[in-house]
Design a protein around this ligand. Structure first.
Ligand SMILES: [Zn+2]
Length: 213
């Protein structure tokens, strides 16, 4: 069974692939919103466009509950299921709560951003017109920044390749670990918590000693 770390690595490989494909539509450049440059400027303008609010719950950043932060949300998710490109048109601000709560639909497929927007709006008690107004604002942004119009062949290719890439990484992690363990030929080793308490008490003593000196 692949570990959670292996799954993160596989998901990140898919993200890297989708960012590389997106670069083709961005003059060969990867969209980087964190480092100073055009990507950061674009992201700042995106935040401005949405009034520095979460696109889903509409709460402004300065009113976020404690522990909630602003994140970059991909409208078409950048994963093996939706294969959304890492392109400015596909990225909008969302609070970490709304971003993380975008779960799977009942049939196991991922929710579209429109379904997610509707679910959150209903939960918050917004009326239909308010939710629709927000949906149109997001769609106007998405279409205004020219998200690439992919052909069916291109979309299918992205999906197939993303899934293969994801599975390849998991397989390599599993095989690598299995190979390593066959070299060692050992059963899993338990961490001795007794050792850990020795370390912490030793550190405590050292601290005291240092203070005295
Ligand atoms: Zn939110």
């Amino acid at each position: 069974m692949p570990s959670i770390k292996a799954r993160y690595a596989a998901a990140n490989a898919v993200k890297a692939f989708l960012a590389d494909v997106a670069a083709h539509y961005l003059g060969g450049k990867t969209y980087d919103h964190k480092r100073p440059g055009w990507g950061k400027t674009v992201w700042e303008k995106t935040l401005q466009y949405f009034g520095d609010r979460c696109v889903y719950c509409n709460v402004p950043r300065d009113k976020f509950p404690s522990g909630v932060r602003m994140t970059m949300e991909h409208l078409i998710e950048e994963n093996q299921f939706q294969c959304g490109l890492h392109h400015p048109a596909n990225t909008v601000p969302a609070c970490s709560e709304c971003n993380q709560s975008r779960d799977k639909a009942v049939d196991g497929s991922r929710l579209t951003w429109e379904q997610h927007l509707k679910n959150i709006g209903n939960k918050k008690g917004y009326n239909r017109a308010t939710i629709e107004k927000r949906r149109v604002a997001i769609l106007t942004y998405f279409e205004g920044l020219d998200y690439p119009k992919l052909t069916t062949e291109e979309s299918t290719y992205l999906q197939t390749t993303s899934r293969e890439l994801y599975q390849d990484i998991l397989k390599r992690c599993t095989l690598g670990t299995r190979g390593f363990l066959s070299l060692k030929g050992k059963e899993p080793v338990q961490l001795k918590l007794r050792t850990l308490s020795k370390i912490s008490s030793a550190t405590g003593r050292n601290h005291k000693k240092m203070k005295i000196e």
